[in-house]
Design a protein around this ligand. Structure first.
Ligand SMILES: [Zn+2]
Length: 318
């Protein structure tokens, strides 16, 4: 695999063209990302403190694996070339759910402009979501965050909503079940590893190992998400001081600290704030609005002067 110029989307496209399937279906981007991130393809497998070198064959060299992972780390946050995109990997299309990627273009008057556009729209025109100027949306998100959260009554509401989210009985019960399930899966994994150590390596053993490993990883993710939500409930003072400290940082750090994700529609934008410094629980029931306003933004796609403007409802959510 080439390390240059290949995005995950391109890799998926190549795999699809060659008819290479993942469990009978086209590869999802997330699976390709997981594969590129998974150390076991270098032939080394870590479980707890043990290192195993004879379970999986090496199919990628360690230097290439490291190079790919370094690139992925670099691309993960805010940059497109030399330009900082505040909302990169934070903003999603309200019409189709794709990420809003960074793009550059030159107008007929040779003026360079930067945008966020729906990835699906750019890729194959399958979405009709209008692109938005980089400066327009970034200024709007930064200004509204500062204005709204500098007002004590909005901050109060945000803090109350955060505290409500931490008080959820049903989640506590679910957590206990998941921990029990994880213990059983770990036991099964240990039994398989000891079978391998004793030289019992059948194809089915390896398949079961991979399957159990996936199960433990998935349970780990679910448990971490729930624990994050359940972690000692923050006090109102902690929430207020966290938000105030974040507001005094530069815009990039403020966005990274306070904003979980942004969903952009043509007539509405939802800005989801993180629960508190540890970040969101990642569950689906988030969606309480604590502040609402309307903003006027210039049209993104007219060439030349932007003389008209769009009215955009802005919802601040946790
Ligand atoms: Zn879209």
């Amino acid at each position: 695999m080439k390390t240059y110029e290949s995005t995950i989307g391109k890799i998926v496209h190549i795999l699809n063209e060659k008819g290479i399937r993942h469990r009978g279906k086209p590869f999802p981007n997330s699976t390709v990302r997981d594969i590129l991130r998974n150390e076991k393809y270098t032939g080394v497998y870590h479980y707890k403190d043990e290192e195993y070198r004879d379970i999986y064959p090496q199919i990628i060299s360690k230097p290439l694996f490291d190079e790919v992972n370094k690139r992925m780390d670099e691309n993960r946050y805010g940059r497109h070339g030399d330009v900082l995109y505040l909302l990169k990997n934070k903003m999603y299309c309200g019409c189709c759910g794709s990420v809003m990627s960074s793009y550059e273009g030159t107008t007929s008057k040779n003026i360079h402009k930067r945008y966020y556009c729906c990835y699906k729209r750019k890729k194959d025109g399958a979405c009709k979501k209008a692109c938005i100027r980089k400066e327009t949306i970034e200024t709007l998100v930064v200004d509204i965050t500062i204005n709204a959260l500098s007002d004590p009554s909005n901050l109060d509401l945000l803090a109350e909503k955060v505290i409500e989210e931490y008080d959820n009985e049903a989640e506590r019960h679910e957590l206990a079940l998941l921990v029990k399930e994880k213990k059983a899966a770990e036991k099964a994994l240990e039994n398989l590893l000891s079978a391998i150590e004793q030289g019992i390596i059948l194809n089915s053993t390896k398949e079961r190992l991979a399957e159990n490993e996936r199960k433990v990883e998935e349970l780990d993710r679910k448990i971490a998400a729930l624990q994050n939500a359940e972690r000692k409930r923050p006090t109102k003072e902690e929430i207020l001081s966290h938000v105030s400290a974040a507001l005094t940082k530069n815009p990039f750090l403020m966005i990274r600290t306070l904003i979980d994700r942004i969903i952009l529609y043509d007539d509405k934008v939802e800005i989801y704030y993180k629960y508190i410094s540890t970040g969101p629980a990642g569950n689906e029931r988030r969606g309480c609005s604590f502040y609402q306003t309307t903003a006027q933004i210039p049209f993104a796609h007219g060439r030349g002067q932007n003389t008209r403007s769009n009215s955009l409802d802005v919802l601040l959510m946790i």
